[in-house]
Structure formats: C-alpha cells, structure tokens
Write a protein that binds this ligand. Structure first.
Ligand code: AGP
Length: 591
C-alpha cells in the first residue's frame, strides 16, 4: 500500500505532487506529506489525515520547490501520527525518503543504527532507509551510489525515492517487488507507484525493473543496474483510457463504478478467442488447477470453480492467496495456477505466484491493471478491461472477473462465442435490475442502517455472492456481516438469529430456489427479517429485491449488483465514506 510520487522539471513541483497524491489516495489515506528542495533548503510538511485535510491544514500548496516528493500512507509500522507520516528525514534533516512496502529486517537495522549514534524520530520501518543513506552520503557517495550500496542490506519488498541537499536537484528511486514507474515529457520527469498519478501530464512511461536505480534531474534520466552500470531503456505509451479517474456527476466513485457495470459487460467480451481456447485446453489437461486470490477476487474465483465444474466438468480448488504457501508441497509442473487480482499487485497473490513458478507450474493471471507485477510474472494474462477502479470496495472488477470465468468455462466446451453473446445481452438485464430496485434499496437501507449484524445466504453457484455481498457491507459500513451457504446456517450460525436480524436470501428461480427458501423460512421462524433476492416472488420475503430471469449460470452477475448498491446506500446512510473505508486500502502490497 502507500502511494509515492516524485517530480522534477520545469513546473512548480509541489502542486504537481499534491495533485498526484489525490490520485494515489486509493493506496492509503492515513496520513500524507511532501518534501521539496528549494534554495538550498529541504522543506518537509506532513501530518495524519486524508490528503485533502493535510493539504488544507498545512497550506501545502504554498510550498515552493522545483524538485519534490510526496507520500500517502497506509500504516504498517507505527500508528497513524504526524511523526510516522512520510517523508522521513535523516538525523541531519538534509535528506528525505518516501517508501512503500515493508523492510522486514528493520528492527535489526534500527538497533545497529541507534548503536552507531543515529536518532530515530518515528516508529516506522522506513526511517532506517533515511539513516542508512545518511551514512553513505557522509562518506562522499552520490545519492544513487548510496542507494545502490544500501539496497542489499534491506530485506523485504519495497519501492522508495529520496532527495538530498547533499546531492541536490535530483530524485533517486529504486524498487523490489513493489511498483515504481517513471513518466517523462520534454524536460519533466515523474516517478510514482502508479502512472495514474501523472497521466494528466504525460503518456510516455519507462518501467523500472527490480533492484534497478533511477536518477531523475531536470532534462535527464538515467537507469542503473545493481552494479551501477547504465541500462538503456525504451519508453512506451501509456493507455490513456485506463487513466480516467473522474467521478463525473456521482457522489462517490463506488456509485459510479456500480452504475457503469452494464457498459463494462459489453466491453469485456472483447477478448482474444484463441487465447481463451488455449488457456481452456491448458486447464483441461492439467493434473490439477488451483485458483488463488484474496477478498472479492477470491469470491469471483469461487463462482469460477462452480462454472468450471458444471460446464467444463473440471474440478479445481480455490486457495486463499495468504494460505497458498502452505499448500506449496503439492504444486508442481503439471499444475495450472490461476491468479485473480484486480490490482495485480496484492502481495499474497504475487508471493503465491512466485512460489508456483519456482516449481514449474503454469501461471495464468486474470487482472485489471495493465503492466502490474502479476502480469510480469505470468505465462498468460487475461485482462478484465473494465477501466480503473478507484473505490476501495471492488464492484465492476468483480463482475468482470465473473464474466471472464464464464467465458473460460464455455471455452472448455468449445462454446466461447455463445458465452460471449450471452454476456453481451446481460448488460441490459443489469440496467433493468438497477432501475427496478433503486428506490426500494434506498428505503431498505434506511430500515437496515442501525442493525449490528446481517447474514447473507445462498446455495451452489450463488453462495459466493452471499459472501461477496457481506464483504461489501462490512468493509464500507462497518456492520458485522457474514455470508455462507444456506445449508450451513443450522450448523451453528442460526444461534445468532434474533427478532429483526436481517437475513438476505439469494434464491433465484433455479436449482437452488426451494432449498434456499426452506433455510430462509427456518430463520424467519426465529424472527429474522428476510430480504429475498430473486426473480420469483414469495410471501417469505419481508422485502424483495427483484432480479430478472436469466440463465442459471448468469444469476450471480445479476444478483450481486443490487447488493453492492444496498451496501453503498447503507454506508452513506450511516455517514461512512464508501470510497475510503477506515483501515483499508485498494492495493494490499504487504503480506
Ligand atoms: C474488495 O472490496 C476488497 N477491498 C478486497 O477484498 C480486495 O478484493 C482484495 O484486497 C484483493 O485485491 P486484488 O483483487 O487487487 O488482488
């Protein structure tokens, strides 16, 4: 997590950095800060709070400077305080560092540096980098030589950039297993965790490989390998359609992203049929197939598992990426690992994929963000093509993942085109679902907003939608919610149902309807307030979210959309910011 930005060039640096920080806030929003070089001074200003709050409170826009770095934080080491906010200076206050990732051996390094006389001002792991660089600069090294020299001492994964008065007018950066990308235009240079941060200025980018160091000065850029040799690089053009991050007329990105799902479905079928056929064959031939992912992406994988079994008659398992390593013993070269991730940089997924590759497994990734760490690590990549998703809560990326699994499952039985045609027609059904339910969902959110708990149940292919809908509710509204297979309820959770407890029952008129409804009746007999999500009406529902009748394998896609919207309205009704839920960040780049 955490967002890094640096700029040097002809413009005033701080305004560029501040605009970039707003774009990077999805990566973390506990605290923010900037450091700029101006007339022989290093100016650092930082605080706890969201980017806009810190900018306002410290009048950051007035900071001068032609070279500046900035940071938006998601706390790992050390609380959310001003002193733990980045940038971090060294003892002399002559250099400053911003960092994303974790320095795993920071305790040991901190001890050594403290014994050598360094004074620490924060509890962060990042600060060791500042003090290590300080020692190197004192011995007469340039900032880039200093960075090359300290990198081997750092364990963990990181991306960091630094500026120094002892080697002014430049920004130096390096990375290991965390993203850092350079943008260039005329004599202006940008460096960031995400090209989105500078996309308004340039679409020309250069990638920084692991362990390389990049040196930016006004009008010049240089890449060095770990031995300090110059590396020649070609720039490439950023796909600007990706960079759109405007809320438009919507109050929140989450609402915009929910509402654009009908169009997303139309775009998603624009896939390479040949590639799907090849991947489908690889899946069918593999000794075993493991899908690995986290959070919402894992719930999409669970739907994928049903689709593979039901359509392709291929059993596969879904392993939570944070647990993947514990199953590594059974992964081999006859295993296909499918990694699913919107961001393509979730640390647990990346780690699992590296482990799988190390033993010769074939890795296929399903990702949204182009040129992510995961795409570089995979043998084959399927893109979601749903555009940038800014809200922390995944919505349109989830729907896109479901659509990709649907296409893959049908590619296994040589019916890719038929599946693509079904998906292309589904956009209209999704729009219809939103139109039918909007006012009912607003009313329902009012009724449910003060509840402490909510339960979501479903069966078969729809079960993962129960889990996903519960995740949506809890992550943005802080209401405790659980999703589970309807048949599991009576094995324990039923004990928690009381008078008025909301139970959302996803029971489309398919092979799961009758049994799921029986389970709903069991909860209703114990006082539950039943919200039915179905195309078939029933007296059992206290409230009905009507979905259209579609093919039974498409119900997850139409059922999830109104439940995303319900979670959104409940969050807003409770006064929560659905785009920036507390304690969370969009990209989870730490394990
Ligand atoms: C989704 O609403 C969550 N914010 C979260 O569970 C997310 O899906 C998870 O962190 C995985 O992210 P990824 O898809 O980028 O790998």
């Amino acid at each position: 997590m955490c967002g890094i930005i640096g700029y040097c060039g002809q413009k005033d640096a701080v305004p560029v950095v501040l605009e970039a920080l707003k774009c990077l806030e999805y990566r973390g929003y506990d605290s923010a800060g900037v450091a700029s070089l101006c007339d022989g001074q290093l100016l650092i200003s930082k605080d706890a709070g969201k980017v806009e709050e810190v900018i306002e409170k410290h009048k950051l826009a007035t900071l001068p400077g032609h070279v500046a770095i900035g940071h938006t934080r998601w706390a790992t080491h050390g609380g959310v305080t001003q002193s733990n906010a980045h940038p971090h200076p060294d003892c002399t206050g002559r250099l400053a560092v911003v960092h994303n990732g974790i320095i795993e051996n920071n305790q040991e390094l901190r001890r050594e540096l403290t014994e050598a006389g360094h004074r620490f001002a924060s509890e962060t792991d990042t600060e060791v980098i500042a003090h290590l660089l300080e020692d190197e600069l004192k011995s007469g090294r340039s900032l880039e030589q200093a960075m090359l020299s300290i990198a081997p001492k750092l364990e963990g994964s990181y991306a960091f950039v630094a500026v120094s008065l002892d080697d002014p007018d430049k920004i130096v950066g390096t990375r290991k297993s965390n993203p850092l990308i350079v943008g260039l235009k005329d004599r202006d240079y940008y460096i960031s965790s995400d090209a989105l941060a500078f996309a308004q200025y340039t679409d020309e980018v250069m990638a920084l490989e692991d362990n390389e160091v990049v040196v930016l000065t006004e009008g010049a850029i240089e890449f060095l390998d770990p031995e300090g040799n110059k590396v020649a690089k070609q720039s490439r053009t950023l796909d600007q359609s990706w960079a759109v991050s405007d809320k438009g007329a919507y109050q929140h990105f989450m609402l915009k992203e929910i509402m654009e799902q009908a169009q997303v479905l139309e775009r998603i079928v624009d896939q390479d049929r040949q590639q799907f056929t090849q991947i489908a064959l690889d899946i069918l031939r593999a000794r075993q197939v493991i899908i690995t992912a986290c959070g919402t992406s894992r719930y999409a994988a669970l739907v994928g598992r049903y689709l593979f079994s039901r359509v392709g008659k291929k059993f596969c398992d879904v392993v939570m990426a944070s647990e993947f390593g514990y199953f590594a013993d059974s992964v081999d070269k006859n295993t296909v690992v499918i990694a699913v991730s919107q961001s393509g940089e979730t640390a647990d997924v990346v780690e699992g994929v590296k482990a799988a590759r190390a033993v010769g497994a074939e890795v296929i990734s399903i990702v949204n963000r182009p040129n992510s760490i995961l795409t570089d690590l995979s043998h084959q990549v399927i893109y979601l093509n749903c555009g940038s998703e800014i809200a922390v809560a995944a919505t349109k990326s989830f729907l896109s993942q479901l659509a990709i699994f649907y296409l893959l499952a049908f590619a296994m039985v040589n019916s890719f085109d038929e599946a693509a045609a079904s998906l292309a027609g589904l956009g209209g059904q999704i729009s219809k679902t939103l139109d039918w339910n909007k006012s009912e969902l607003i009313k329902l959110s009012d009724r449910l907003k003060d509840k402490d708990d909510a339960y979501y149940i479903a069966r078969g292919i729809n079960f993962a939608i129960a889990s996903e809908a519960a995740l949506k509710l809890k992550e943005i509204s802080y209401v405790h919610a659980e999703g589970m297979p309807a048949g599991e309820l009576k094995h324990g959770t039923l004990a928690l149902i009381e008078q008025g407890t909301p139970v959302v029952v996803i029971c489309p008129d398919d092979y799961t309807f009758a049994e799921t409804l029986s389970n709903a009746i069991e909860t209703k007999s114990r006082g539950a307030y039943i919200v039915g999500v179905s195309d078939r009406e029933s007296d059992v529902y206290d409230s009905w979210i009507r979905i259209p009748e579609v093919d039974e394998l498409l119900y997850p896609m139409v059922a999830v959309v109104p439940l995303q919207l319900l979670a959104y309205y409940i969050a807003v009704n409770r006064g929560c910011d659905p785009d920036k839920p507390r304690n969370l960040a969009k990209s989870v780049t730490v394990k």
